[in-house]
Ligand binder design. Structure first.
Ligand SMILES: CC(C)(COP(=O)(O)OP(=O)(O)OC[C@H]1O[C@@H](n2cnc3c(N)ncnc32)[C@H](O)[C@@H]1OP(=O)(O)O)[C@@H](O)C(=O)NCCC(=O)NCCS
Length: 178
């Protein structure tokens, strides 16, 4: 018995043969049924109200939200604000952690750029926290340039109804859309 359980433990501890999985993703406009899923198992529940407002603006055509859909689950998102007259503004870009560094973020940005172009914009802007070196590297690789630095101050109401103030030390970045 002892021998059998030792063997069983050795088998359970084994790292099994690795295998590749092909993923079919689509980037599409957000839908109402994405909103609960965009909370990513509770880790982003604090954005519930923000997401609701964004969705409502999305339906009004003021801010457009896109998701990277994997088997009907949004594993990435981006928002493009098209309400200004001078430039489109890209923000709320994120990819669920296990799916990062696979090219999904780049794809979401590219979609954001074509949406901006489609709305007649010649420029797209974004803000990146100074300490977010990885994201800044990604934006620079995709042709964005720093043109300003500032502290962005904004607030949101979380899922408990509590207001949070955010102070972010950011670089403003922009890209000309040809
Ligand atoms: C930034 C982010 C959206 C990029 O999406 P992605 O699918 O990982 O991006 P891609 O695979 O197209 O490109 C990979 C590049 O993204 C950046 N990146 C990867 N993981 C990152 C992370 N956790 N945080 C910040 N940047 C990251 C790196 O520049 C990376 O390039 P590298 O391999 O040379 O280091 C994603 O990593 C993320 O959601 N990060 C956390 C939230 C965030 O920082 N959002 C940006 C706010 S401005």
């Amino acid at each position: 018995m002892a021998l059998r359980s030792l063997r069983g433990k050795a088998f359970a501890d084994n790292v099994h043969q690795p295998f590749d999985v092909t993923m079919h993703l689509v980037i599409r406009a957000v839908r109402a049924d994405d909103l609960p899923k965009l909370e990513w198992f509770g880790s982003l529940a604090h954005w519930r109200d923000v997401n609701r407002r964004t969705f409502s603006d999305h339906e009004a055509g003021l801010r457009l939200m896109f998701v990277a859909d994997l088997r009907d689950f949004p594993i990435g998102q981006v928002v493009i604000d098209v309400a200004s007259h001078e430039y489109a503004y890209l923000y709320a870009l994120r990819v669920l952690q296990p799916f990062q560094s696979l090219g999904i973020g780049s794809r979401l940005i590219t979609v954001g750029e074509s949406v901006a172009r489609g709305h007649g914009f010649r420029q797209i802007h974004l803000a990146v926290e100074k300490k977010n070196i990885g994201a800044r590297r990604l934006y620079e690789r995709l042709g964005f340039e720093i043109f300003t630095q500032r502290v962005d101050v904004w607030s949101y109401v979380d899922h408990h109804g509590q207001t949070h103030w955010v102070h972010e030390d950011v670089y403003g970045m922009r890209k000309l859309l040809l």
